[in-house]
Design a protein around this ligand. Structure first.
Ligand SMILES: Nc1ncnc2c1ncn2[C@@H]1O[C@H](COP(=O)(O)OP(=O)(O)OP(=O)(O)O)[C@@H](O)[C@H]1O
Length: 264
């Protein structure tokens, strides 16, 4: 990676203090995310991928707590910002597509209002009617046909996969410099999955830095430039995707790659 990374994470630690002891969800992670690149975070269930991204957004809830580290975004350490300043950063400079779209969406807001909120929070002069054409176009690009009907729908009127695509559309319209996508294609059929991945590649080509969290090494091979393998809250292997695939160093990385090796 030649340019200075847009997002640099250093020594980040997020622990959960439970009655059964301390869970080290993120345990001293260093990570660089470059402009115009897709950086994949891979690892098994419970390895700490989601908590790492929630920590970047400073959205960790009790009993979890970020206990150490820095999160540099465009030269500012987000960990030193006030909650008010962070609100401004979220959605404008760094956007996130959550793993659980139905719980991340407001049940009383129509899709058009979700999309509008994603842009209006940071530009109060915008008017809904001026954005509707763009919203229709983005909905079509994420595989949601009949966009006029979708714009007028409430989340409960849509399937989980449709909500997931609305979340992707919200990530796209923000035009943030970093987009964190947590399993953005997990509950989608293969055709829709391909459309979303295509869209992520288009955003990357437009200069966005994308963090792609996934279990699916096939998706990583198709789309990502760099990858980090996470286990027990730690980065155990990282590098350009082609290097890690060509010569994985850790037994755990080889284990994650086994399903792909079988397909070759
Ligand atoms: N509220 C909580 N209380 C206690 N431990 C938690 C809590 N939330 C997450 N953890 C723990 O943090 C660790 C990391 O979880 P995380 O959700 O980041 O994993 P993940 O890699 O994203 O998994 P998945 O792929 O299944 O989403 C796990 O050990 C999990 O049990």
């Amino acid at each position: 990676m030649s340019e200075t990374p847009v997002l640099q994470i250093r020594s980040l630690k997020t622990y959960f203090y439970t009655k059964n002891g301390v869970v080290k969800a993120v345990d001293g992670v260093d990570l660089d995310v470059g402009k115009g690149r897709i950086t994949a975070l891979v690892g098994g269930s419970g390895s700490g991928k989601s908590m790492l991204s929630m920590s970047v957004m400073n959205l960790v809830e009790k009993p979890g707590r970020i206990i150490d580290g820095q999160v540099w975004l465009n030269g500012r350490d987000l960990r030193t910002l006030s909650e008010k300043e962070l609100k401004d950063v979220r959605g404008k400079e760094i956007a996130m597509i959550f793993q659980e779209p139905t719980s991340a969406m407001n049940p009383v807001l129509k899709v058009k209002n979700h999309l509008f909120e994603a842009v209006h929070t940071h530009d109060k002069k915008l008017r809904m009617r001026d954005k509707l054409d763009e919203f229709r176009d983005v909905l079509l690009r994420v595989g949601l046909g009949n966009p006029d009907k979708i714009l007028e729908s409430y989340p409960f009127e849509l399937s989980g996969g449709m909500c997931q695509r609305v979340m992707v559309a919200m990530g796209i319209v923000t035009n943030a410099s970093v987009l964190i996508a947590d399993e953005p294609t997990s509950s989608l059929d293969l055709t829709t999955q391909a459309a979303i991945l295509e869209e992520l590649l288009r955003l990357k080509d437009a200069g966005m830095a994308i963090v792609l969290i996934t279990h699916d090494l096939g998706v990583v091979a198709q789309t990502a430039d760099d990858m980090y393998v996470i286990k027990d809250g730690k980065v155990i292997e990282s590098g350009p995707v082609c290097d890690v695939f060509a010569s994985p160093q850790q037994a755990y990385t080889k284990f994650l790659m086994e399903p792909i090796a079988l397909l070759r």
